[in-house]
Design a protein around this ligand. Sequence first.
Ligand code: XIL
Length: 377
Amino acid sequence: MIAGNQLPILFAALLFTACNFSFKGNTGNDTVSETWDEAKPLQEIYKNYFLMGNIISPSDLNTMRFDLLKRHYNTVTAENHMKPSYMAPSANPASDNWAYRFSEADRIVSAALDAGMKVVGHTLIWHSQSPAWLTTGNKETVLANLEKYVSEVAGHFAGKLIAWDVVNEAMRDGLTSADANGSWRNCLRLTDSGWNRAIGPEYIERAFLAARAADPHVKLYYNDYNLNNPNKARAVFNMVRDINERYPHAGGRPLIDGIGMQSHHHIKTNPQTVETSINLFSSLQVEISITELDILAAGKLLEGNPPWNNGAAQQQADQYAAMFRIFKAYASDITRVTFWGIDDGTHWRTLDGNGGHGTLLNKDYSLKPAFFSVTNP
Ligand code: XIL
């Protein structure tokens, strides 16, 4: 029993604790009270909800970055080294033996598996980071290239991966609701997709069929960005529903296993739009994964090029918290949440000059407020 005159003291103590906690993370200048190797592992915090992932590069192997990955994440995705431009940068299409470059990806996969982590394949068929030779030629040639590429690359990694992003970013930007409610085939990018130009919309299902045949157990995903946009979400919904209705028993199950919501967000993204799309996709009875999460809080990609400071760090923390409250609420629909970047220093938006400080860790690996809102949203 607390005596009445002790209440103000208790209240002051609680207030002190709360304030102290909110100053734990920082933007780089304050003293850090907890380090990444002391903080409770994110993967442990979320073990009853979904897998926790981040990206990996060959240069991370045998460094503290690998230790960091191993502590906080149970799943890795190669940031670049399993993309077509790395797998098959040049080849002689006339030859049956294409010059695949598997060695870097193999190092990543075996190091991750040895460390007890799961690995996601990213990505087989994409309009970007893919060599032009793959999509050069008439329909017959390019379709043969697609089937050969998918079956040989998925075949190479067969049995080692939990999922493949089979097709990445096939939908074009700027879809209207009329587009989205029409045929999904007319929503696909065309001028900037060598695959669609040469083969037509059928390239999508052909890629999934080849992947299913090459590795029957790996989960096959369609992956895209801005899936919180209702029109893009509707187009993807229509495509996945149609393909799965036409291929309900591809190797014993519907052809497309999952939808990957990349989730490159910023502090002004409306979390409600994310929830609406998760709801929509869950009605398809497919897996949903958050595949490339980052939340920009500053920089050129945001209106007015806002600076990175304590206010931005707090807004970012609030946004991460809002997203994770939704992910937790929909945990039964969400298989995995993968971040696209370990720290701000090596984040792709830092390296491409846009900035934004999108990750959970400062470039010196100290924990940002965003880290603590993920641990406790
Ligand atoms: C990015 C990488 O992070 C960069 O290093 C690379 O220069 C460009 O690609 N959508 C995707 C990812 O599916 O593969 C992209 O990764 C980010 C956007």
